[in-house]
Design a protein around this ligand. Sequence first.
Ligand code: AVJ
Length: 340
Amino acid sequence: MEKRVKPVRADDFVACQEVRPSKPVPNLADDLRDGLFCTPRSLPPKYFYDAAGSALFDRICNQPEYYLTRAEDALLAQYASEIIDIVRPARIVEFGSGASRKTRRLLDACGGQGCFPTYAPLDVCHTMLLETGRRLMQEYSWLRVQALVGDYSAGLAHFPAQGGTNLVLFLGSTIGNFEAAQALEFLNELRTFMDEGDWLLLGADRIKPPHLLHAAYNDRAGLTACFNLNMLRVINKRSGANFDLGAFHHYAHFNPLARRIEMYVLPSRPQRVCFPLLGELLHLAEGEPIRTEISRKFTHQGLEQLLSEAGFRVEVHYETQHPAFSLALAQPARGYRGGP
Ligand code: AVJ
């Protein structure tokens, strides 16, 4: 008889707790109504990330054109011990942790310096949190994982407090998905939840020659195109809509005035899409765009200005050149009285 390995129950090892939203979050019907039945049409990027979408994003990160992940990882590899030495965190909080791959650089540095923080990843995906948490605890014998299930855009008022220094990670240039006003609001809110001695490590992509940006969002293997169109599949599955995936194209370009990548799905012929959830029918003309993502690109100064407007003081600004990428280590500015 085949010998079976006893399954490990992740819940036995990884403490997992829910962070309740503290402000109203639009549901799927709201997002569809507000995004599609007006012009210009758009859908929020959070709908990229079902299991297939997350797997596609992982593969995009390994594409030769998608420099972001490698640039950020190079900075973490080079500066993780310096960062840990400066911060000496009691807890590492990570927003949108996903598979926590980059976090390992920091955990390695912790181990090397006799600093043993708790790791608190916040993600919407419960399964991903448990799997990653369990794996990390096997790799780092000293590590306690306090997994948090929730949506960082749904408010942080119910985020569990913990004494000692927090190091908050917001990596991968996810901040670029927010419009300028939203980014400011989010960072402001984050600062309100942080103590004066806490630290923020923020990864942000930088302005660079358009052909490099264009290539990163139009990889030759076509993974970004699949990732983009997968959003329509997610919407179909979750709402019962009937987007015809074969009738849409991926389109991504860099808008140098707005300093951002804009990503769209474009119908190659007129479309009628049913939304039973709303009792509505959507008419799209040939080529009428639905925007699925913006990915803002910062200048060195622009990033520091955003942080300072949100009430942070940048202590160290790590950066790569060619391709440029920023990792800013910042603290809440002392005596800051501004608010959102
Ligand atoms: C995960 C939001 C940082 O904007 O570069 C990758 C998502 N979109 N390719 C980015 C993405 C297309 C990515 N972020």
